[in-house]
Design a protein around this ligand. Structure first.
Ligand code: HEC
Length: 139
């Protein structure tokens, strides 16, 4: 039987990695997302164990957030929450409906709290946003 010599075996493995048959370590793994969530100050405001109906003190819990927004909406939101907030689209109105229900008061126009930091002092790259969304998708 034909046995591969050492250099051939190495070349063979490299080829398998190159075509994606052998998984290479991925940047988009949840451990990286979790670290980024802390590093980018998300954890200062958000509790990941609360449901989206609890705003403690003013920020929604992030459990099950994948059922509330599309990945596309989240990409825009994490890039520039102020711009998304200004559109008052279905996603923004859904957040506000939950917010005022939690406070037990009538909805009225208000500013986005998240936009005071994200998109201003903390600007995220497209790669960071991708990793954060992978993380949010597992909550
Ligand atoms: C200054 C506090 C603050 C920081 C920092 C912050 N957020 Fe938020 N976030 C909020 C608030 C408050 C809302 C609700 C809308 C609003 O008022 O801006 C929100 C909304 C969201 C939503 C929508 C949740 C839902 O239930 O609809 C997601 C997802 C989210 N934030 C993720 C993040 C991520 C990821 C980071 C870190 C990059 C982050 N936030 C940083 C305060 C913050």
């Amino acid at each position: 039987m034909y046995a591969m010599k050492f250099p051939q075996r190495v070349i063979c493995i490299l080829l398998l990695v190159a075509v994606g048959w052998v998984p290479a370590p991925s940047f988009a793994d949840p451990g990286v997302g979790q670290k980024l969530f802390k590093k980018k100050n998300c954890a200062l405001c958000h509790n990941i164990n609360n449901p989206g109906t609890v705003f403690s003190p003013v920020c929604p819990g992030l459990q099950g957030v994948r059922h509330r927004h599309s990945k596309d909406w989240l990409r825009q939101w994490l890039k520039d929450p102020a711009a998304v907030w200004a559109t008052d689209d279905a996603g923004v109105r859904d957040i506000n409906a939950r917010y005022f229900r939690y406070r037990g008061s009538q909805p009225k126009p208000r500013e986005s709290f998240m936009a005071t930091i994200i998109g201003k002092g903390v600007v995220l790259t497209d790669e960071e946003i991708k990793v954060l969304i992978e993380y949010l998708w597992k909550l």
